[in-house]
Design a protein around this ligand. Sequence first.
Ligand SMILES: [Zn+2]
Length: 455
Amino acid sequence: MEHGERYAYPILLIKKLIEDNPSSELVIVYDIACKIHSHLLKTKQADIAEAVELVLPCWHAYGHSAACQVLFSTKWVSGCGLTDGEGMERLWAYLRPFSAMTKEMTPAHRIDLLTDALTHYRDMKEHDIIESVQARSEKAEMLAKQAISELHLLLQTECDGLYSQEDVKKWMAEEKNLLAQKAKQKPTMNWKEQYVSKLQLYENLRSMLAVCEGDRVVILNEHCEEMNNELINIELKNDIGTRWQATDPEFLENLGHLEKQQKITLLKKIHQDVAEYSFLQELRRKYSDGQKAASRVSNQISKASRAIDKDVQRNNDTNFKTNDQFPRHISRHDVLNMEHYMFSLLEDQSVGDSVALTTKRKAVQLLRAAHRAIEEEELSRREKASIVGYYTTKLNEITEYLEQQEQQVEEDVSLHDVGFKCLLLQRCNKLQNRVSRAHQIFSEFGSPEYIVMYE
Ligand SMILES: [Zn+2]
């Protein structure tokens, strides 16, 4: 199968889901949500990407870059509540023992057995759905309260009460921006800067040509000529009579602009890589060694760490000629300090608040936790309404059917009818129990809203 085709199946399913649920807010949790998302954008299907929320399961997200995490993890995307999105993994874990059992079976038997197993799984889920939804909503309420009070305390103690939740929202947006945007943007150059950059390249090629031997001379010579032609073109177009020399004030001025832009681009990249590194480091601290989440994050940390080493190397290898306020030689130690003065040279850095990054991140994490927990409360409220609604509808359907039968068949009752009626009455009884159980549990813990929603 071609690489692109592998996305075709999930995309087909997503389209079908959108078609079938035109008015719902769909959140689709998928191991490669980030890849599907960028594939959709690349293949001009942005409308699909906008119609649904594509999300990474929370534990899987730890194996992705920080950018993927802030854009796609269930912990960051609004609307996810407290779901970890790993429900399918639990189903696979439940089904795993059946693989040895069904391996030698005929396909028909295998399907039968797996159907039984899955029916049992569903029954187990249904058996305690009332209690589990109630437990979920209580947990959500508790977590929301806890996160909000911790956030309040943090803002009081570590930020002297100078900042509000609104500020934390801003910090969250900043964090997302910083980690999610990739420093791909190449500096834009005017013709003078382009001319200077080509002049430099030409000089470099010529000095290389002077020392090389053999076949390479021919190739380099060609390059030199090409570059010279490009330079001549620029000179003709812009009326430059004599070629600029490396000592000309105009050359130096434009070289200064050029180098400053290059330096800023590099600095932005360093800043992002370091932000990613420290973000992952903090995430790693939450888990003890040997935990799967820890090793997933550790892999990402090594990647981010290598990127930083490369950045430092690149910075130190680049020999800028003009004088500026940027440090020429930096060490890994310098860049890992996000408060280092070189980062304050980035213009779009948010200035004006003196809150430490770690504090900001703690606050952002608490606010996120609060948001997700509040969403979870809302989601479980809806689920309660739909549980009561489901049972009541079923109950009404059966009762109505039984009443109809009662009127129609007075005499001539077969044994089959008696048995069927008996089964239905049993079912009615069970449903009645479920409905009253739901009412009892849900209202006992003070959430009468679900009834309003249902009615
Ligand atoms: Zn990813």
